[in-house]
Design a binder for this molecule. Structure first.
Ligand SMILES: Cc1ncc(C[n+]2csc(CCOP(=O)(O)OP(=O)(O)O)c2C)c(N)n1
Length: 351
């Protein structure tokens, strides 16, 4: 529920859910992300991937619920756990997979890998290995959007760990002051790497935004309807010139911080198996699926078809990535620096 500064509801109808066509798209988006991540989990375990992957399994409702309100002209910034945001924002799954496999066909020509998937043509301003870096990028993009004056918005996905970075205070401040069309989406999954939030995070994360007089929504991040509703209100307000909103989505990551974390932990543990199992019972996809079926919004067979299509798309993307050419190491030098503006035009035209 969205609340104003005094904690009173700001007018969202708590009963209003997505219309059936949107509900099916939300389901489709979550399932596609899940199948991508499961395949990456398996390929990582099989030693097929060239680098580490941070998986989003269990958190899909946040990306899906927010991005359902965005189109390609809107901006989104992401984190090291960024595949879900890329997919939900409409990124090309084949090109993302090829990127993760470090192939020339990758969306960044194989030079960025899992933690840097980006497609500026779709407003996907990039996953980012620097915790909290997306905050300033998204706020800058929102400043540009405000200057353009055409109703674009900018969304920043970040973790609870990033909420302790100083840049959050700077971006909350300036975005409120200048009433920028930015939506801060904190994915509070309870951990920063192997450290529980309770050990490093003082106070309530959403209170950081309240201190700047920003509207706040605290939502169940495993309930895609809840996320969708709060994001819809925030994005509508931003498009209409009403300034920023802060959404804190409580969720949980089912996989480790990254695949192979067991190697780093060497026998140690930072959470109990029972806790993981409890959150599995609150799986966002299973919850939404049973609601869709019990409400008569969709037949189980329709959802099964969506599941099968997602599996096919992922298999196709992996086959494309596997068949690709290895990234060209020489590009590491030429792509390191942005070309001079004049040169840039020529490069873009292939001169
Ligand atoms: C500026 C910076 N500090 C530290 C790190 C190391 N690091 C990588 S991921 C991570 C935890 C991030 O936690 P959170 O923001 O909650 O995201 P989550 O992994 O839970 O999705 C840390 C500390 C980093 N990449 N960048």
């Amino acid at each position: 529920m969205t609340t104003g500064l005094d904690g009173t509801p700001t007018g969202t109808d708590p009963g209003a859910g997505p219309p059936p066509d949107v509900a099916l798209r939300l389901y489709e988006s979550m399932v596609l992300i899940r199948r991508v991540e499961e395949r990456l989990r398996d390929d990582s375990a099989a030693g097929k991937l060239p680098g580490a992957v941070h998986l989003y399994i269990g958190e899909e409702a946040v990306a899906a619920g927010v991005c359902a309100h965005l189109d390609a002209r809107d901006y989104a910034t992401s984190t090291h756990r960024g595949h879900g945001h890329f997919v939900a924002k409409g990124g090309d799954v084949r090109a993302m997979m090829a990127e993760i496999w470090a192939k020339r066909e990758g969306i960044c020509r194989g030079m960025g890998g899992s933690m840097h998937v980006a497609d500026v043509t779709k407003g996907i301003l990039g996953a980012n290995g620097i915790v909290g870096a997306g905050l300033s990028i998204a706020t800058g993009a929102a400043f540009g959007a405000k200057l353009d004056g055409d109703g674009k918005v900018s969304v920043c996905f970040f973790g609870d760990g990033a909420s302790n970075q100083g840049v959050l205070m700077e971006t909350l401040n300036v975005s409120t002051l200048w009433q920028l069309p930015v939506i801060f989406v904190c994915e509070n999954n309870g951990f920063s790497e192997f450290t529980p939030s309770s050990q490093v995070t003082a106070g309530r994360i959403a209170d950081r935004a309240r201190a700047f007089s920003m509207p706040v929504a605290e939502v169940d991040g495993n309930d895609v309807t809840d996320v969708w509703r709060a994001a819809g209100e925030a994005i509508r307000r931003a498009r209409e010139g009403g300034g920023p909103t802060f959404i804190e989505a409580r969720t949980y990551r089912i996989q480790g911080h990254f695949e192979f974390e067991a190697v780093v932990l060497s026998g140690g543990k930072y959470r109990e198996q029972e806790e993981i199992e409890a959150w599995r019972r609150s799986d966002p996809i299973a919850r939404f699926r049973s609601r869709l079926v019990s409400s008569g919004t969709a037949a189980a067979a329709d959802l099964d078809r969506i599941d099968a299509e997602a599996l096919d798309r992922v298999a196709d993307a992996v086959a494309y990535a596997e068949a690709g050419e290895p990234a060209d190491p020489e590009l590491a030098e030429t792509l390191m620096f942005a070309p001079e503006p004049a040169e840039f035009g020529q490069q873009e035209r292939g001169v």
